[in-house]
Design a protein around this ligand. Structure first.
Ligand SMILES: Nc1ncnc2c1ncn2[C@@H]1O[C@H](COP(=O)(O)OP(=O)(O)OP(=O)(O)O)[C@@H](O)[C@H]1O
Ligand SMILES: [Mg+2]
Ligand SMILES: [Zn+2]
Length: 324
């Protein structure tokens, strides 16, 4: 974890110097193209210097007036600059520095606290999630193809698979829109194999990552392996609480393929702990499974089942296996 933190801090330094370099290059280009902007920039920095040295010698009452006059002058110059940029077809913020993360200016910190983007980088490293990016560029709300779902009745269901999928889709979109609202809705996606459950998990993950939320995607198999390593072989697993904290506190946890792991009393109590803690912390969770909701009682017990049935919206997937 230490190693990861140091590497991430180096990434941030690289991002910052790149942002500064790019800003400088844009400024030089504009200064060459639009000499008046160079004059304006020079004047603004000269005024700034004068202002600090001159205002020190003033009485407080004079100081206020002086600073206001200074601010007005600068404002006017900036206005002229923006207008010039616009005339030449550049956006008003073209000469500003552009960070990847607006919240922390690519420092990774907001005050003393780690920015969400820092936490996400830690998560990606800790769970080798970095390849998630390429999956998410293929599977997202933009690439969702409703035509894959036939509009014909399916085995006694009242809605066709397509109508059903449209409902599921709007539920999932609502989930991302209402993510910050405290209505406590979590999702249980269940149904047969190859029906688009993982695809929708990815759609939601991408949307929320783009909003700056921390998202951890794990198959149940991997989740329980991590937990087992943590509990039973702490020496090998480089014991660190931060790993486990992510599972409990990331903004969205996706547990995919629940039921494919070998359930035992250990996995059951761990699953209960995760589901329960996240509910108490008001952190959202999505579970996908091939099991029917009622099977969850037999496998994971009443305590897990009752929380899922009370606090998760169950969305049933049905139709023909898309992989066929
Ligand atoms: N809405 C969609 N648009 C385009 N492709 C889709 C869509 N839904 C699913 N697919 C594709 O169909 C295949 C099966 O989907 P997916 O992996 O999401 O199924 P699943 O329900 O998670 O299955 P399993 O239960 O076996 O994990 C994948 O290749 C996926 O990319
Ligand atoms: Mg799947
Ligand atoms: Zn940030």
């Amino acid at each position: 974890m230490e190693k990861n933190i140091n590497e991430i801090l180096r990434e941030y330094e690289a991002l910052q110097s790149r942002a500064e370099k790019e800003k400088k290059e844009r400024a030089e280009k504009i200064h060459r193209k639009i000499p008046r902007i160079r004059e304006i920039d020079d004047t603004i920095s000269r005024l700034g210097l004068e202002c600090t040295s001159y205002s020190i010698g003033l009485k407080p009452s004079e100081q206020k007036e002086y600073l206001e006059a200074f601010a007005r002058k600068v404002e006017k110059l900036k206005h002229e600059k923006t207008a010039l940029l616009k005339d030449h077809g550049y956006p008003p913020d073209y000469m500003e520095i552009k960070y990847q993360c607006q919240n922390c200016s690519d420092t990774g910190y907001i005050g003393q606290k780690k920015c969400a983007c820092f936490r996400q980088r830690l998560i990606d490293r800790a769970y080798n999630q970095s390849n998630l990016g390429s999956v998410l560029s293929r599977e997202n709300f933009g690439t969702f193809d409703i035509n894959l779902f036939p509009d014909e009745k399916f085995q006694g269901h009242s809605k066709t698979p397509r109508q059903n999928m449209l409902d599921i889709l709007s539920r999932c979109e609502a989930f991302t829109h209402n993510f910050e609202k405290d209505n406590g809705e979590n999702l249980l996606l269940y149904g047969g194999t190859g029906l688009g459950k993982t695809f929708l998990c990815n759609c939601i993950a991408k949307k929320l990552l783009d909003k700056g939320k921390t998202v951890l995607y794990l198959t149940a198999f991997k989740l329980f392996r991590i937990l087992e390593e943590y509990r039973f072989r702490p020496m090998d697993a480089a014991p660190n609480k931060e790993m486990l904290d992510f599972i409990l506190t990331c903004d969205l946890l996706i547990i995919d393929d629940l039921g494919t792991e070998l359930a035992n009393s250990f996995t059951n109590s761990e699953l209960f702990n995760i589901i329960n803690t996240r509910l108490l912390e008001r952190k959202k969770t999505i579970i996908s499974t091939n099991l029917q909701p009622n099977d969850l009682i037999d496998i994971y017990g009443q305590r897990v089942f009752s929380r899922i049935s009370a606090r998760y919206r169950a969305l049933e997937f049905y139709g023909h296996d898309l992989r066929m």
